[in-house]
Structure formats: structure tokens, C-alpha cells
Design a protein around this ligand. Sequence first.
Ligand SMILES: [Zn+2]
Length: 219
Amino acid sequence: MINLRARRGEDAAPRPILLSCHIDTKRIEGFIGADDGASGAGVLLELARALAQQPELAAQIEIIFLDGEEAFAPSMTARDGLYGSRYDVARRGEGELPSFQINLDMVGGRDTRIAVSAPDSSDAMLRRYARAIAAAGLSPQRWSLTERSYLDDHRPYLEAGVDSLNLIADFSGSDWWHTPRDSAERLSPRLMGECARLLLQLLPELCRERRSCSNVCPQ
Ligand SMILES: [Zn+2]
């Protein structure tokens, strides 16, 4: 398995903001995984293009394309799945973890709604999410919350103390998830565009928060 990491600039200093998605797909006969999880990679690639116009902000961000999110077995467990994210957290030393992480998974479905897990998110992150939805003019019905918790690529970072936000569709009860029906026809350019707009609201805010914190907190 291979994680791909992308940063702007030459310096090796850890970046405070990590954007992530997974690039592997479930091993299922005929499975393409257009939404799970190519949609997240598509949004991050386009976002990287947009961020090239904002070099100061881009310098605060690392993008990681994670491998091995999916389990070998039909269902994920604590030990089967999240291989890339668990490896990345273990690989980073103390002080090399980001302050913030935003993970994208299944953010492109034509008929889905995003359901951020309230129990998996800090109160501060939920407030930022709500503000960004309003500022980007998005529907709070389509960009919603759930009381469910997820085993996803945010979890290893969350457990290591990173302030994480997992943008993921509510796929409970869906008839396409982990089936060959998760194909390109399922994708909604509109939802993917909304996701990018949400990120373009959130990222400068995270950057500002980090700056005001490092002014008052001893390093
Ligand atoms: Zn999956």
C-alpha cells in the first residue's frame, strides 16, 4: 500500500492542516468506487489547483491520499481497514501531527446528503462547520449532522488528539454502497463543487485560528 502526500514549498516543517481522502477501492467484482472514494480525491485535486492561487494558505496545508481504507473482510474492524491512516499517525512523531484534519469520503453522490458525526467532532469544529455551510450558502439539510459514529480515516487522527472533521455521506440504507452501482453516473458535480466551496470557507478560518493561538500560546 502507498500513501501519497502533497505539500507546497520545500521546507520540511509539519503543516498544521491535513486534508485527506482514500484512493483505494473495495475488492469487489466489478466495483469501480466512483463515490467511495474517488469523489474525495477528485475534490482534493481540484482544490489543490484552486489553492495554487493562494500560496500563503496552501503553505499551511498537506494533502494526503490514503491507501488501504477498505477492509479485506466484508466489514471493517479496528484491525482490518484504515491501514493508510493508522500507518500515517504511527509514522508521525510527537509534534508532527497536524492541528486540524478534514477527511473526505463519499462526497460526490447525486442523491446523498453529507452527515457529519457529532460525537466524532469537537464542539469548536461543529461550530466552524455550521458557519462554513452558512457562509458558502449551502443547504443544512444536504450538509447535515448525525449522532452516528464512523470508523473512517479521521479516526486514527482523532484518537491521537487531532481536531478532525469527517465529511461523509449518510450511506445507511443505500442500495449502491459497495456495489457495482457506485459508478460515475452516480456522481454529482454539484455536490463535489459544494464540498470544495465548504473547504474554501473552512481553510482560512483554521489558518487564522492557528495563528491567533500561536501568538498567545508558548510553543
Ligand atoms: Zn467503502
